[in-house]
Design a protein around this ligand. Structure first.
Ligand code: ACO
Length: 311
């Protein structure tokens, strides 16, 4: 019976074993995974845009080669995650439609503009740093294909974070103008990076169920705190500050206290009213439309190869 299946499923999850595509799973579990993994895939693909913006203006061949590799990695992560989503019985064409039509979300962070080259470093350091903090626990997610995908993604994200930090270290040992450029960029990205972890726990409708299913391993607030604690010593090494007057060490908790992100801004951005929201989706739509002939050619080629094989 369904009850037996459900019990069996929950036992597998609670024993920290993996649910695989052919295993029975509750509808809600499948839906939640499709929602989260598709949103994750969309974020990787949309996330190519803010940094892609600087490819033609990188200050040296070396910086350009690094940035190019990084943006290509993001494309790889997106495709990898679309494949993981497809194991749940959806089609990536449908997911892309959902993104372009605004029916599925992507990370709030990619709705902010990249105004200076320091943003490339700060995105690597803070945005990819936040992504790692959120995604390392997802390597132990109960759904096999997602957990396994996360291992590789996290390794590459670590490289991204280091390249960002190294870029910023270089700029911080440069001129006064370069140091100011880094600080200005940190000021703009700090709060949006904290928002990447999602709404506070008491306003996170999905957390409790996702934790019970062991899709998520920590709450949004737990990971946000971990990220703050990790970032403050790194900021000290770099010689930058975070724009938060309430940020201070709390010896009792053994953690940093910090201020409240502007959750109204977050809600606006998630609703599609971010500074670059319209542009991001417009670019995604036109890339999709301009790529139609490639998909048609690949499909025709695959069909012909299949016939040739059968004959
Ligand atoms: N940006 C956009 N939407 C968000 C964000 C965010 N930063 N945080 C939460 N939301 C959305 C959720 O998707 C949910 O909306 P939905 O039900 O319509 O899907 C709603 O806000 C409420 O949030 P939660 O109940 O907390 O949602 P959830 O349990 O899914 O937690 C989280 C959100 C932490 C982002 C989770 O989905 C997750 O860990 N996802 C995987 C990681 C990921 O997608 N990272 C983005 C890429 S970062 C990068 O690539 C650099």
């Amino acid at each position: 019976t369904i009850d037996d299946l459900e019990r069996q499923f929950q036992q597998i999850v609670e024993a920290d074993q993996r649910i695989e595509p052919r295993d029975w799973m509750p509808d809600g579990y499948r839906k939640t995974l499709i929602r989260q993994i598709a949103q994750h895939a969309h974020s990787e693909i949309i996330g190519m845009q803010p940094e892609g913006n600087w490819l033609t203006r990188a200050p040296s061949l070396r910086r350009k080669a690094i940035l190019m590799a990084k943006v290509q990695d993001e494309a790889g992560h997106g495709l990898y995650l679309y494949s993981a989503t497809e194991t749940l019985g959806v089609d990536r064409a449908e997911l892309t439609e959902n993104l372009i039509e605004g029916r599925q979300k992507y990370s709030s962070i990619f709705n902010y503009p990249t105004l200076s080259f320091a943003d490339v470093g700060v995105i690597g350091w803070l945005v990819d740093g936040a992504a790692i903090c959120n995604q390392v626990p997802l390597c132990r997610s109960s759904y096999g294909p997602y957990g396994r995908a996360m291992i590789r993604v996290c390794k590459e994200e670590s490289f991204h974070q280091r390249q960002g930090f190294e870029l910023l270290m270089t700029m911080m040992s440069g001129t006064q103008a370069q140091r100011e450029m880094v600080q200005e960029s940190v000021n703009r990205w700090w709060w949006p990076s904290l928002m990447m972890f999602g709404p506070p726990d008491d306003r996170s409708p999905n957390s409790a169920q996702s934790m019970a299913w062991r899709i998520k391993r920590h709450t949004n607030d737990e990971l946000r705190q971990r990220f703050v604690d990790m970032s403050v010593p790194q900021a000290e090494i770099l010689g930058v500050t975070f724009p938060d007057p309430d940020l201070r060490w709390n010896a009792e908790r053994g953690s940093y206290d910090f201020g409240e992100p502007d959750w109204d801004e977050f809600m606006q951005v998630v609703k599609g009213n971010g500074a670059t929201s319209v542009e991001r989706l417009k670019n995604r739509r036109s890339a999709h439309e301009n790529g139609a002939w490639v998909r048609a050619a690949a499909t025709a080629f695959a069909a012909r190869a299949a016939t040739a094989f059968a004959a």
